[in-house]
Every structure is written in structure tokens, then in C-alpha cells.
Design a protein around this ligand. Structure first.
Ligand code: FMN
Length: 192
């Protein structure tokens, strides 16, 4: 987990008393939350973190997914069909202080990976701006904006960034353009 200390740790005051941040403290930094099975989505998250100066938090399912692809695919298909929300390892970030949340996972079977769906469903994200991103292989298309809006009806979900996971694609420029349009729009409007 890559979290900056601020917003979590206590703050040393002039009189030497350690004052804990209240849960209601608000930060202008975005939160970047990501689930990744094989690392591609985390790479995008890392770039977003660098580009925005945000706080990055990786999420992990309590029960790791199978290593073998046929078993993995079989399990993911079932979880997606039944809208199963796997239990997550503790330690994921509290979204309360953040106004803007970048939320990413691989495209799994045309939708959000279940661990990210779990995190979105278990946190109250009403009133927050969510910027979705995902990694994919050019297979079954997905609509992260629609799917996240369904899980978080009170949130303002913006246009998603989809990145093809192959080493020949230079997606840094695409990422910069997305940040420059979608994130800057957020910065200079209501959340700024
Ligand atoms: C179970 C499973 C289902 C997948 N379904 C899709 C899909 O529907 N469409 C697609 O374009 N890619 C699909 N992929 C490919 C992944 O989205 C792609 O490899 C992605 O870059 C993996 O990201 P990660 O390294 O963050 O886990 C799937 C991969 C797996 C393992």
C-alpha cells in the first residue's frame, strides 16, 4: 500500500500535543484505488499517482484468485454473473477525506473485477467524483462508467480511461491526455 502519511497519521502541534486528524478532514489530493491481478492496472495507477500527486492504495481479495487461467476464468465468470463481492484484505484506504477518486481494475469478462466492485460497494461514495480506469487486452468491451455508476448511484462518475496491456503500446501520452482533460476539468470545477 502506498499511502502518504498525511491524512492518516497524527499531527504535532506547537504545544507538543499530538492531534489526530478527524475522519472528516478533507484533502485536495485524489485517492487512487486499484486492483490488479498481473500488474498492468497497478502500473497505470502508479502513473496516475505521479501525475496527480495523489495517494495510492492497492486492494487485495482475502482469498487469492487461482493461478491457472482456466480456473481463474471459470471463477471470475461465476462471480461476475452472480455479482459476488469478495471479501478484501483489511487495510484499504478510507475514502472519506477525498473528493476525487481514481478507481481501476482489469476488464474482467466485460466489466469491473469483483475486488474493485467490493470496495466500491462497501464504501459510501455519495457526492464524490469517480474517475475510472482499466487495463484490457482488446477482447470483450466494457463500460466502467456505467458499471461503477450502478454500484455507486450517488457518485458523479466520469469518462473512463481504457489502456491496452501490451508492451508495444506507449500509453503514457494517452494517460496524460486523459488527465489533462478529465481530471483538469474536475480540478477547475466543483471539486477544485
Ligand atoms: C479472467 C479474465 C477475464 C478477462 N476478460 C477480459 C475481457 O472481457 N476483455 C478484455 O479486453 N480483456 C480481458 N482480460 C484481459 C485483462 O483485462 C488484461 O490482461 C489486463 O491487462 C490485466 O490487468 P492486470 O495485469 O491489472 O490484472 C481478461 C483477463 C482475465 C484473467
Amino acid at each position: 500500500m502506498y499511502m502518504s502519511d498525511s491524512g492518516k497519521a497524527g499531527k504535532r502541534m506547537g504545544n507538543g500535543i499530538i492531534k489526530k486528524h478527524q475522519k472528516t478532514d478533507v484533502t485536495n489530493r485524489p485517492l487512487i484505488i486499484s486492483y490488479s491481478y498481473s500488474g498492468n492496472t497497478h502500473r497505470i495507477a502508479q502513473e496516475i499517482c505521479v501525475a496527480t500527486g495523489g495517494d495510492w492504495c492497492e486492494i487485495y481479495p482475502w482469498q487469492p484468485y487461482p493461478m491457472a487461467f482456466p480456473e481463474l476464468l471459470d471463477q471470475v465468470r461465476k462471480e461476475v454473473q452472480t455479482e459476488y463481492r469478495p471479501r478484501l484484505l483489511p487495510g484499504s484506504s478510507n475514502p472519506k477525506p477525498y473528493q476525487v477518486i481514481f478507481a481501476g481494475s482489469p476488464n474482467w469478462c466485460g466489466t469491473i473485477a469483483p475486488p474493485l466492485a467490493s470496495w466500491l460497494a462497501r464504501n459510501d461514495l455519495s457526492g464524490k467524483i469517480i474517475l475510472p480506469f482499466y487495463s484490457h487486452c482488446g477482447g470483450v468491451a466494457c463500460d466502467f462508467r456505467r458499471d461503477i455508476a450502478r454500484i455507486c448511484p450517488g457518485a458523479d462518475v466520469r469518462e473512463a480511461l481504457g489502456v491496452v496491456a501490451d508492451s508495444s503500446t506507449d500509453w503514457s501520452e494517452m494517460l496524460r491526455e486523459w488527465i489533462a482533460s478529465v481530471y483538469k476539468e474536475v480540478l477547475y470545477s466543483d471539486a477544485g
